[in-house]
Ligand binder design. Structure first.
Ligand SMILES: Nc1nc2c(c(=O)[nH]1)N[C@H]1C(S)=C(S)[C@@H](COP(=O)(O)O)O[C@H]1N2
Ligand SMILES: [Mo]
Length: 160
């Protein structure tokens, strides 16, 4: 397999999932549309409402479907609304290993019946481990090779 770092992280494709966290630190950089950046830690996320989403599946390219899981975490919409004042339209969620996904305002405002898109910090009631993806984007509606389930979020770019 070619190294994922050579690809655009926002054009994910089916691949053997990376089992190795790129760094030990689960905090990430949050970039607002005005270019203002701040570090968000797991402790920061704990101060926001914890919501849980049941019946989540990870439809893995490498090792079949796993689940159902109940993921707990912070509603991505809530975090963005908390940290961004002006208008915004799109959110890039990127891991330091070169994997990422684009989330549109529209799908945050109108969540799928499968559940809202969250930044996962808990798995089945227990804190999510770094190895399992802390902090992990959970897109409950996604069933396409887990291409939106971004483990080890290291950067969130909110775009106007
Ligand atoms: N950061 C990061 N997230 C990722 C990947 C990856 O390589 N890096 N692979 C994706 C793919 S293709 C799959 S199938 C799932 C696997 O998730 P799991 O290791 O928890 O089963 O993670 C997704 N999220
Ligand atoms: Mo996958």
């Amino acid at each position: 397999m070619t190294r994922r770092q050579q690809h655009d992280p926002l054009q994910p494709h089916a691949h053997d999932p990376n089992p190795h966290p790129p760094t030990p630190d689960p905090s990430f950089i949050f970039s607002a549309p005005d270019g203002n950046e701040q570090r968000v830690t797991v402790e920061t996320l704990r101060d926001l409402p914890l919501i849980s989403v049941s019946n989540c599946y990870i439809v893995s390219t490498g090792h079949g479907t796993s689940g159902p899981f109940t993921f707990g975490g912070v509603d991505l919409l809530h975090l963005v609304c908390q940290l961004v004042e002006g208008s915004w339209n799109e959110v890039e969620v990127i891991s330091a290993d070169g994997f990422g996904n684009r989330v549109f305002k529209e799908e945050l405002l109108n969540p799928s019946p499968a559940g809202p898109i969250i930044l996962g910090t808990h798995l089945d009631g227990q804190p999510l481990t770094r190895a399992d993806g802390l902090v992990r984007l959970i897109v409950p509606s996604e069933r396409d090779d887990a291409l939106r389930q971004v483990k080890w979020v290291s950067r969130i770019n909110v775009l106007a």
